[in-house]
Design a binder for this molecule. Structure first.
Ligand code: ADP
Ligand code: ASP
Ligand code: MG
Length: 436
């Protein structure tokens, strides 16, 4: 059994939905995870924002526009009136639910329910399309098995038990369809695995079912060696180690959700990144293999803030770093990069929502400086420290670009530098030119 996940653009139009249906191989009893059609989750976010602001006409207009889009999709997708009718009925329920929020103040739980509708719509459409095509599919509702613990981590045991039971209850199905992204939290409320989280759904399912492979189908032929949105001439990387893929996903390679690698890695299940628009392309396979001494790819993580704490008096004393880290921990803010010297420490964070309180607390231990609008540029590969010169090539490629921080040796897989946002493009291009 394989797990196949199709992202938003892969199911973004009637034509694409038909194409995905043709890629799903009946007979293998694979699990197919679908995202919302591209643009839908953004519209649902927008609806919630209008509702929070009490702008009912704004919410209404966005719901109407979304509904018009789906009405058009249904009329093009289905060949028969029967198919159209069934799909329209399913979606009518969803739009009625969205409209029910127009008359009450929005709560966080309500927002989560609104955000869940995109995946419920795409799977409803696909299920009915497959039915019209005579394919025997079974829908596995994610809200009936996907659950997180109080810690926010997936409840793997519960998910595995429920999912296996649901699969056993559908012996005639050739294909299992399910929603990415959506889940229930530890109190049973509707929740989600954060934006882009359908990749994570696929990986969790692959892990609990001990699948043969997890396939992430998207709009590009695998992990490229640099961000194709900013650099021309990037090329797909054939193979990535789990650790390399995890670093790239964490440091901004949007093709993979950062949490997606871990469940697959722990269960040693290969993850294949494939292109729906070019199914014959080899893509990227992520698995465990011996060190190969190669540089693989460059990624960038935006909206980073650097925080420097300088203390002539305390740094040499025991416990200075402990106090600094404890402050970040207390404010539940994780640190991405760090650099230390005898008189101070610099760290970078991507979540600055609690920064004012953090800075306030850190002022007990030293002089604090904050620099915003920074970017982490991360070069990933098999960078075992005895393999000389990788770091020299990286640093010399960045000659002329001010580097706020450098991090090397934290793992065998990355060298990261912190630069100003204004220098991001220049840095990415210079690295591609020098390294590939
Ligand atoms: P999906 O909707 O299928 O989940 P995403 O938009 O989340 O797709 O991810 C695919 C996109 O990731 C690509 O279109 C590409 O622009 C972007 N991307 C960023 N970095 C990389 C990279 N290193 N390799 C491939 N794609 C990347
Ligand atoms: N639909 C969700 C999003 O747009 C989840 C996903 O596509 O992975 O973030
Ligand atoms: Mg994605």
């Amino acid at each position: 059994m394989k797990v196949l996940k199709f992202g938003g653009t892969s199911v973004g139009s009637p034509e694409r939905i038909k194409h995905v249906a043709s890629l799903i191989m009946p007979g293998e009893r694979n699990v197919v995870v679908l995202s919302a059609m591209s643009g839908t989750t953004n519209s649902l976010v927008e609806i919630s924002e209008y509702l929070y602001k009490g702008n009912i006409p704004g919410a209404q207009e966005t719901i109407n526009a979304l509904e018009a889009k789906y009405v058009a999709v249904i009329s093009e997708l289905f060949a028969t009136d029967g198919g159209r009718l069934k799909a329209s009925e399913a979606l009518e329920h969803i739009f009625a639910l969205l409209r029910s929020y127009l008359s009450e103040p929005l709560t966080e739980a309500g927002e989560k329910e609104i955000l869940a509708q995109g995946e419920l719509m795409s799977t409803a459409l696909m299920q009915r399309y497959l039915e019209e095509k005579g394919v025997r599919s079974a829908l596995l509702p994610a809200l009936d098995y996907m659950r997180t613990l109080e810690s926010g981590e997936p409840d793997m045991q519960h998910i595995g038990t429920r999912l296996r039971r649901m699969i056993d209850l559908a012996p005639k199905a050739d294909i299992f369809l399910t929603q990415g992204y959506i889940c229930r939290n530890s109190t049973g409320g509707i929740d989600n695995l954060k934006r882009g989280g359908s990749d994570y759904t696929a990986s969790i399912i692959g892990a609990v079912l001990e699948a043969e492979e997890i396939q992430i189908w998207t709009d590009i032929d695998g992990m490229h060696n640099n961000d194709p949105r900013f650099v021309e001439g990037t090329r797909p990387v054939g193979e990535l180690h789990f650790e390399e893929a995890a670093e790239l996903a964490y440091f901004g390679a949007k093709i993979l959700h950062p949490s997606c690698v871990l469940p697959a890695k722990l269960h040693n299940i290969p993850v294949r990144l494939l292109n729906t628009l070019q199914p014959e392309a080899a893509g990227t396979v992520i698995y465990n293999f011996p060190p190969d001494g190669k540089l693989k790819a460059i990624a960038a993580k935006d909206n980073i803030t650097a925080v420097k704490i300088k203390s002539g008096r305390m740094l040499l004393a025991y416990g200075f770093l402990h106090k600094v880290f404890e402050t970040f921990e207390y404010h539940r803010t994780s640190i991405d990069m760090m650099a230390t010297s005898e008189v101070g420490v610099s760290v970078s964070v991507d979540d600055d929502s609690r920064l004012a309180a953090i800075v306030d607390d850190l002022k007990h231990f030293g002089t604090v400086t904050v620099e915003r609008d920074m970017v982490i540029i991360c070069v990933v590969g098999d960078l075992e420290w005895q393999n000389c010169s990788f770091q020299a090539k990286v640093i010399s490629a960045l000659d002329g670009i001010p580097l706020r921080m450098i991090s090397y040796g934290g793992s065998n897989y990355n060298i990261s530098v912190l630069v100003r946002s204004a220098d991001k493009l220049r840095a990415l291009k210079a690295l591609s030119a020098a390294l590939f």
